[in-house]
Design a binder for this molecule. Sequence first.
Ligand code: HEC
Length: 159
Amino acid sequence: MSRSILAAGLAGALILAAGSALAQHHGHHGRDGSAPPDSRELIRFPEPLVAHTLANMRDHLAALQEISEALAGGRTDQAAKIAEERLGMSSLPRHGAHDVAKFMPQGMRDAGTAMHRAASRFAIEAQNAGATGDLKPALGAFGQVLGTCVGCHAGYRLR
Ligand code: HEC
């Protein structure tokens, strides 16, 4: 395992840990069943960038659906390609990441980077699965990608 992949894995694990701590914090409902207090930090993006970001987010979710269907169908190369192009490091220019990054606090930027790295790591595991026939490491890496979505959503909101 290369050093950068190891580092990405560690960063992902840290984000996951932070995310699950936050998620637990948010998971409690009031005694009367009321919604839990919303302690996510409100981040102010210019309006066009809010719309752009939310559209990207919906594409992230669509990509996850396509990835899980590709995995279930044994199309591991396809799963890897979707992950790398739509969520991984290769997706950064496509997302206009440079435009939005300057409006993000550091923690949110780190959460975004963790997602891109986790997706690129998943892409490698999916390709490996094609060779080994063992899907488990790819499924684990897929879970880590989901964890980075959960982690950022637990901490930040745009509206
Ligand atoms: C760097 C932070 C961050 C990461 C990582 C992230 N999101 Fe989001 N996402 C947000 C924010 C902030 C919102 C807006 C939440 C709000 O204002 O209520 C959002 C909203 C969404 C929405 C709602 C879109 C809409 O039209 O309202 C979806 C769906 C979504 N994200 C999917 C994902 C998925 C899937 C992933 C992981 C593959 C992901 N996001 C990763 C920050 C992030």
